[in-house]
Design a protein. Structure first.
Length: 209
């Protein structure tokens, strides 16, 4: 399958690239600093640029069957990075007539059916208090993607760990059964499986362990 990975030089993005290549997929990436791809630099198609540049995104996704985004705010990011990027991504995908989008989001991405347990409610409160701008940016990103008309999936995760893929991770609603953390390896596996199998279209599943 031909897949474009956005946010490919971050920890989760690199894991998506690693697993995608291991599974035999053709991977394209958009990267501000391609050297951060390390050993994968010569194994993927690289477009230099960032997620706020719609022309660069169009070049990166050209010919792809699915777009996987592991974009996230880092030190120095604009406070509306995710929502502005979502607008650029959706616009580029529509121009290229690419319909499948899988996006990793934090728990600032909400759903009317959410019924989190006590501990997750505490985490949400802390996110709102200490990272309020990020939570608002994620909420706006979710709205833009949800209204896009694309076949989107928003994969929601709370605390990401650097642990390996476990194959025992849970996918479900944000309720009392949802765990509080999940490994980047498990998230990458889920996102790739959504691209390949067409699961969870226009849904916001929570991935946890």
């Amino acid at each position: 399958m031909k897949i474009t990975v956005l946010g490919a030089t971050g920890k989760t993005g690199l894991e998506i690239v690693r697993q995608g290549l291991a599974a035999g997929h053709e991977i394209s990436v958009l990267a501000r600093d391609p050297q951060r791809l390390g050993e994968y630099l010569t194994k993927v198609r690289v477009v230099k640029g960032d997620s706020l540049d719609s022309d660069a995104i169009q070049n990166a996704i050209l010919g792809s069957e699915a777009v996987l985004s592991a974009l996230g705010q880092v030190r120095g990011s604009p406070p509306d990075l995710l929502s502005r990027s979502a607008t650029s991504i959706v616009g580029a995908m529509k121009k290229q007539k690419i319909n499948r989008l899988i996006v990793l989001a934090n728990m600032g991405s909400r759903d009317p059916n959410d019924r989190p347990g006590l501990y997750n409610r505490l985490l949400l409160s802390l996110l709102t208090i200490f990272r309020g701008s990020m939570a608002r940016d994620t909420a706006n990103e979710t709205r833009i993607i949800s209204e896009s008309g694309l076949n989107w999936t928003i994969a929601r995760a709370s605390l990401l760990t650097d642990g390996p893929l476990t194959k025992t991770y849970k996918v479900g609603s944000f309720d009392r059964s949802a765990g509080t953390r999940v490994s980047r390896g498990s998230v990458a596996d889920f996102m790739i499986s959504c691209a390949v199998n067409g699961n969870y279209i226009r849904a916001k599943p929570v991935i946890s362990e």
